[in-house]
Design a protein around this ligand. Structure first.
Ligand code: SF4
Length: 75
């Protein structure tokens, strides 16, 4: 059995609620809304921990981020 990296392991246990075309899904700074979570607003895919640090920025699902100057691949 192949060894998982820390990021690959997190991807298997922290399953996101949504899917979309945001570049954020490949970014190390996104904290996604998790599957079956009832707390967050229904119109976000998750939170960006980079752009407005130290605050989190809600990433809306209707405003698709295709390019971002702060993007860093999580792989
Ligand atoms: S830094 Fe940019 S690409 Fe990364 S999660 Fe934030 S908004 Fe998305």
């Amino acid at each position: 059995m192949a060894q998982l990296t820390a990021q690959e392991f997190l991807d298997t246990v922290l399953v996101p609620e949504k899917q979309s075309d945001h570049i954020c899904w490949q970014c190390r700074f996104l904290r996604p809304v998790l599957k079956n979570s009832k707390f967050p607003p229904a119109d976000i895919i998750g939170w960006c921990t980079k752009l407005h640090w130290p605050h989190y920025w809600c990433v809306a699902d209707f405003n698709v981020v295709k390019k971002c100057y702060a993007f860093q691949s999580k792989r």
